[in-house]
Write a protein that binds this ligand. Structure first.
Ligand code: SAM
Length: 292
């Protein structure tokens, strides 16, 4: 029985055999840590029969463990060098099923995915899916928003990303990491940090550590009104983080008295800073500024 793809020796053997060079511009850092890989599979609570979309399978270290956990995996990848490696190195038979019955490789930029069309012949789309990925970090936030806005019926997104981005997703008001990204995501999804992964768990090792975050659609999404307007209000309020909310609000309301009244109506301290304002308060603020 072969040792896992995501172990340093096997990964090195694959690199030598196929002359793999990790492509920096595609965010390629391959996982070589079984603890981290199992951590991701467990965080996603993968059970046999799960329909899993993977983004960026690379040489298959996470894909292999998803398959062994009994998932059916559809993987989006853009690197044309990888299909022959995946087809050869992934287990050819999993629990009595042939690889192509449980694994579909979709050679397409995930940001251009049309999930309904791409997956119709492989998944039962009446049933929910899970997304599991060690993301290409250069497009972490576009991927999260693309998934959130897609018509995909997902129960969870289990995503490895830079630790610093994970901290922003999970942040609470009053903390340094709390900002427009926190608010854009938390008004749509529940955010939980599952585990942290040291940069040495990757080959090649990136400069920064990573975290695995589990995102779940909120049972009841707050009504933010027009989302574009809401995001613009929040971004504007944080444009100068170190100044007061009052100061940042000058963009919307030039009149000092009017601004004072606005803050008073919201029950906010005139000196409050943008990072101390809660999400419900931002929703109310955006409502009050809806004509601006
Ligand atoms: N899953 C592998 C692992 O954990 O070792 C590889 C993860 S690596 C951080 C990110 C992967 O995403 C690479 O295989 C890269 O080629 C792929 N990728 C980059 N841009 C992509 C895109 N726009 N759509 C789909 N995959 C992409």
């Amino acid at each position: 029985k072969l040792i896992p793809i995501g172990s340093p020796v096997r990964t090195q053997a694959i690199i030598n055999r196929y002359f793999v060079k990790a492509k920096k511009n595609l965010g390629q850092n391959f996982l070589v840590d079984q603890g981290a890989i199992q951590g991701i599979v467990q965080a996603a609570k993968v059970v046999p029969g799960d329909q899993v979309i993977e983004i960026g399978p690379g040489i298959g270290s996470l894909t292999e463990q998803l398959l062994l956990a009994g998932a059916k995996v559809a993987a989006y990848e853009v690197d044309q060098d990888l299909p022959p490696i995946l087809q050869t190195e992934l287990p050819q038979e999993i629990k009595g099923q042939k690889l192509d019955q449980v694994f579909k490789l979709i050679m397409k930029d995930v940001l251009k995915a049309d999930f309904g069309t791409d997956l119709a012949d492989f998944f039962d789309l009446k049933q929910p899916v899970k997304v599991v990925a060690n993301l290409p970090y250069y497009i972490t936030t576009p991927i999260i928003f693309a998934l959130a806005e897609s018509d995909l019926n997902f129960t969870s997104l289990t995503l490895m990303m830079q630790k610093e981005v994970a901290e922003r997703l999970a942040a609470h008001p009053g903390s340094k990491a709390y900002g427009p990204l926190t608010i854009a995501v938390q008004t749509q999804m529940q955010v939980e940090t599952a585990l942290e992964v040291n940069h040495r768990s990757f080959m090649p090792a990136p400069k920064v550590d990573s975290s695995v975050v589990v995102l779940k659609p909120l049972a009841q999404k707050p009504d933010v009104g027009d989302r574009k307007h809401f995001n613009r209000v929040v971004k504007t309020c944080f444009a100068q983080r170190r100044k007061t909310l009052n100061n940042n609000l000058k963009v919307f309301e030039k009149d000092k008295e009017q601004r004072a009244q606005l803050l008073a109506d919201l029950g906010l301290d005139p000196q409050i800073r943008p990072e101390a304002v809660t999400i419900p308060q931002y929703i109310e603020l955006a409502q009050k500024l809806s004509h601006k």
